[in-house]
Write a protein that binds this ligand. Sequence first.
Ligand code: NAP
Length: 299
Amino acid sequence: MNNLELPQIGLGTWLLTDYNELKAAIHAALEEGYRHIDTAQMYNNEADIGLILEAEKIDRNDLFLTTKIAPMNYLKHTRASVFGSLRRLKTDYLDLVLLHAEIQSELNLQAYKELIELQKEGKIKHIGVSNFSISGIQYLIEKTGVKPYMNQIVCSPTTRPIELETFCKENDIQLTGYSILKPYFTPNPFYPESALTSSEKQFLDQLCEKYDVGIGQLLNRWAIQHGYHVIPKSSRAKRVIENYHMDFTISDTDMESIDQMNRFSAEEYQENVKQWENQITDQMLEKGLLYDTHFVRDF
Ligand SMILES: NC(=O)c1ccc[n+]([C@@H]2O[C@H](COP(=O)([O-])OP(=O)(O)OC[C@H]3O[C@@H](n4cnc5c(N)ncnc54)[C@H](OP(=O)(O)O)[C@@H]3O)[C@@H](O)[C@H]2O)c1
């Protein structure tokens, strides 16, 4: 098992389900120097990633692989689903496994306990959560005594959850920000108010000119300066390459101007995500479905 720390920049793969697109993105990323790939059981691309990485002949010890447990697996299938992810990703351990979302507290706890066991068995190096609230994390820690290594959360100039961010930092829980670019292009469906206004976009475009960078570099760099790991996704090799290069510094004044765009209501967002997750989870539990056989294309 490797001893890699989580790299600051990784490749996001949500919506990268076209094999050739995914292959081109991963190839460009590895060539450029990315050594972290973020996927999830729900992204339906673990098997393709496994095949692509095998063909790339990348040394497993040089790669940090993250996946996430689909909420419909929390009740009974966390363990089996991790073995499914291992098989699809063609590896005998995962660097980081997250609970993809916070749902009912007992289900979260059940799944988290399974991850703790799998970590003890050496199948997972680090365990963590995604989209978890302060109280959701506190509950897990209180019941198990084990702190999550990571909380992967939404973060962009308009959707920065400051209270949660502060809590995680104070408790040594690392942060990964996702959908950092979404408000610039396609508003987050869970939070329509996150869309940037045209004057905000104009301002960001001016900053891109000032620093001579693209919008991907600017906004991901902004998140890094706030202490986040980032996992930008692009289906285009050119952007994947561009996003890797963030060796510039945004001035304090410009950071503050970007920060002022924040209009995030953590409660509202959490509620929207939770409703969606609960709906799916209830349907799955009702039907007694095993996630593996219904949602994941396998080889
Ligand atoms: N834990 C969770 O619940 C959760 C939720 C959402 C996402 N994530 C993870 O976080 C990753 C990143 O989030 P995301 O995919 O929502 O969005 P993102 O990285 O913010 O990117 C949004 C869109 O911006 C475009 N883009 C990327 N780089 C660009 C650049 N340099 N210039 C211009 N446009 C650029 C991409 O479109 P093109 O493909 O057309 O280039 C992409 O679809 C995901 O892939 C996934 O791994 C996790």
